[in-house]
Design a protein around this ligand. Structure first.
Ligand code: MN
Length: 244
């Protein structure tokens, strides 16, 4: 199997995982940078993640224009291209409207990592507010200008929220991006629960650095095999089951 076919398969597995773990519902998407041309990326056509097959994956330029494909792309494809343009280290991007994080995008309480598996979120999880620069919009990132503004808010981080809309995470691999998207929502849910009980003891910056360096020990973006296999099995796709 070629690199590109293998990445398409992984995108299908990732899409099914994100749907099965309730990170994505009918909306949300995951991309991967093209293995040969870093100025392109792969993303499904506009279809619910639960339904994505390898035939649905299309190739886009970083400006969001399609490479020889007239199928309907996601409106919010600009999130992926602008982040990959701003961050050469980013290989994969997940955008979702997962519910757990929404309260943290509309209040002044920031998400802070509180569980070892959530150390990948990094020191800060900023909130981007479309209204700050663009005024009243439908809140969707529907242009390269909005994408670039969001990418600037994410900076060198791993995850950022979009006020009243959702969140986006980046990874150095598809597996890392999926892991970060799942554990962003886990952290949000646990943080909301813990805050009801009292003062929360969060991970320290030093702990976060140690957790991140452990996961990156082998090669950047690796170290996520166990969760990938587990979630794929739960979703009923690869690595042992046929990929649609
Ligand atoms: Mn969205």
């Amino acid at each position: 199997m070629s690199d590109i076919e293998s990445l398409k398969n992984d995108l299908v597995i990732a899409s099914r995982i994100l749907a099965n773990e309730e990170i994505c519902d009918a909306f949300g998407h995951i991309s991967v940078r093209h293995p040969v041309d870093p100025d392109r990326f792969l993303l499904a056509r506009a279809v619910a993640p639960e339904l994505v097959t390898s035939d649905d994956i299309i190739e886009l330029n970083l400006d969001g224009s399609a490479v020889c494909d007239d199928r309907k792309p996601f409106l919010e494809r600009f999130i992926h291209g602008t982040l990959m343009a701003a961050r050469p280290d980013v290989q994969s991007v997940v955008h979702s409207h997962s519910r757990g994080v929404i309260p943290f995008g509309i209040t002044d309480t920031p998400i802070r990592p509180l569980l070892h598996s959530c150390g990948v979120l990094g020191h800060d999880v900023p909130v981007w507010d479309a209204g700050d620069v663009f005024g009243d919009t439908n809140l969707l990132i529907s242009s390269n200008d909005m994408g670039a503004d969001f990418a600037a808010r994410l900076g060198n981080g791993r995850a950022a929220l979009m006020r009243g809309h959702g969140s986006t995470v980046v990874g150095r691999s598809i597996q890392e991006a999926v892991y970060t998207a799942v554990y962003l929502d886990v952290n949000a849910q646990l943080q909301a629960e813990a805050m009801q009980l009292g003062k929360v003891k969060y991970l320290t910056d030093g702990e976060i650095d140690l957790i991140q360096s452990r996961l990156g020990d082998a090669k950047p973006g690796e170290g996520y095999d166990r969760t990938w296999q587990y979630w794929a099995r739960r979703a009923g796709v690869g690595p042992d089951a046929p990929v649609p």
